[in-house]
Design a binder for this molecule. Structure first.
Ligand code: NAI
Ligand code: MG
Length: 363
């Protein structure tokens, strides 16, 4: 028997609260039949909150969020050229801070072409585009190691250091092997640039080989990141699970989102697989200030992120009812996407409320 799933909700800015609201309606409808018990609490962290109060996300807020099993985030960020938000105050102060403080060392991004969704790849179908990216989420070029010399002069020098630790690579790679083991194809590809990044790449490559010996049932492969970009477009069917360091992962997962139908569908999870702090789930898209408040946002990516939240948090917590509920939500999304056939996901004309209701009707 498990106690209820505690979900912290950060709707955020723009369309964030709208799409999260639609997803929470789906949860309310889906939970009872699966026996899934949950409690949710809303938090105001956002660009709007920062502009009103001067607070981004304080240490006491992090301490409060630690009490939850999962965080469900819409999107944060105001108008891209607002000078009051310059310097990445929101990205660094909320998104990166949560990832680092809560040790969400895996960024999980499914790349699945759902039925009815159009891919820009001619001739490719759902059976060709069905893989998942496991991106390391706490190291690499994101550590903020670097600096300037002679800044602002013609002789300016800057550097930014790629950080790879055996510990960081190994826990990410091990997670990817564990995931690959549970999938039908049991195939894992390491993506890096070992021919040029001969230090950080070497640590990753040797770690990958060492961990592979613990998983004889998983077939392994290695691709350079540039070749990977080509294959993702030309023959995405070669991929089942990809494991990749942070920077390359950031780039290839956007490519992944594009081939699977774009931002209207792309879901993601920032996982702390050890359960020492809550994981965070969010659609890949931003706060879309251009369409905020008009019931135009497509909530599918957010509803699918909710499915991921339930399945992954359920697994981490050992809450089978949450896993089952997450599977139902995922199946309902797949049942709805054929209705988008021939329409743009972002401009389907259905509206946020209608799409949310379509998913509820498909549960
Ligand atoms: P965006 O993803 O918010 O919007 C890009 C375009 O896609 C816009 O035309 C928007 O209307 C459309 N769009 C996005 N999501 C949609 C949806 N669910 N349904 C229909 N159309 C959708 O990216 P943009 O414009 O670069 O950034 C806007 C703000 O969001 C910025 O402040 C940015 O920093 C922030 N942002 C936040 C993220 C997060 O919270 N994880 C991720 C990306 C951006
Ligand atoms: Mg990105």
């Amino acid at each position: 028997m498990s106690d209820s799933l505690k979900i912290a909700i950060i709707g955020g800015d723009g369309i964030g609260p709208e799409v999260v609201g639609a997803a929470m309606n789906v949860l309310e409808a889906a939970a009872p039949a699966s026996g899934c018990k949950y409690e949710s609490t809303e938090f105001p962290f956002s660009a709007t909150h920062f502009l009103e109060t001067g607070h981004v996300l304080e240490d006491v807020d992090i301490a409060e969020l630690r009490k939850f099993d999962a965080i469900f985030l819409g999107a944060v960020g105001g108008l891209p050229n607002d000078p009051r938000l310059a310097g990445g105050v929101i990205e660094k102060g909320i998104l990166l801070k949560l990832r680092f403080e809560l040790d969400q060392y895996i960024n999980l991004r499914p790349v699945t072409l759902y039925p009815g969704i159009e891919t820009p790849l001619a001739g490719k179908t759902s059976k060709d585009i069905d893989f998942i990216c496991v991106r390391e989420n706490t190291e690499d070029l994101y550590c903020g190691v670097g600096g300037f010399v002679r800044k602002g002069t013609p002789q300016e020098v800057s550097n930014q250091t790629m950080v790879a630790t055996r510990f960081g690579a190994e826990r990410c790679i091990r997670y990817a092997f564990e995931l690959a083991k549970t999938r039908q194809r049991k195939q894992l590809t390491l993506v890096h640039k070992t021919n040029v990044l001969t230090f950080a790449g070497d640590t990753w490559f040797r770690t990958f080989q060492d961990v592979a010996s613990d998983y004889p049932e998983v077939t392994t492969d290695y691709h350079h990141v540039d070749a990977c970009c080509m294959y993702m477009v030309a023959k995405p069917e070669v991929y089942d699970v990809i494991v990749v360091p942070n920077m390359f992962g950031d780039i290839i997962t956007d490519l992944g989102a594009a081939i699977a139908g774009g931002m209207g569908i792309a879901s993601s999870g920032n996982l702390n697989p050890d359960g020492t702090a809550p994981s965070m789930f969010e659609p890949v898209h931003g706060s879309a200030p251009d369409i905020a408040g008009q019931n135009l946002a497509n909530p599918i990516a957010t509803i699918d992120s909710l499915g991921l939240l339930l399945r992954e948090t359920g697994r981490i917590k050992g809450d089978q009812a949450a896993v089952t509920c997450g599977e139902r939500v995922g199946a309902a999304v797949k049942a709805v996407t054929p209705k988008f056939a021939g329409k743009s996901l972002d401009r389907s004309g259905y509206g946020t409320d209608k799409i949310g209701q379509m998913v509820i009707d498909s549960l």
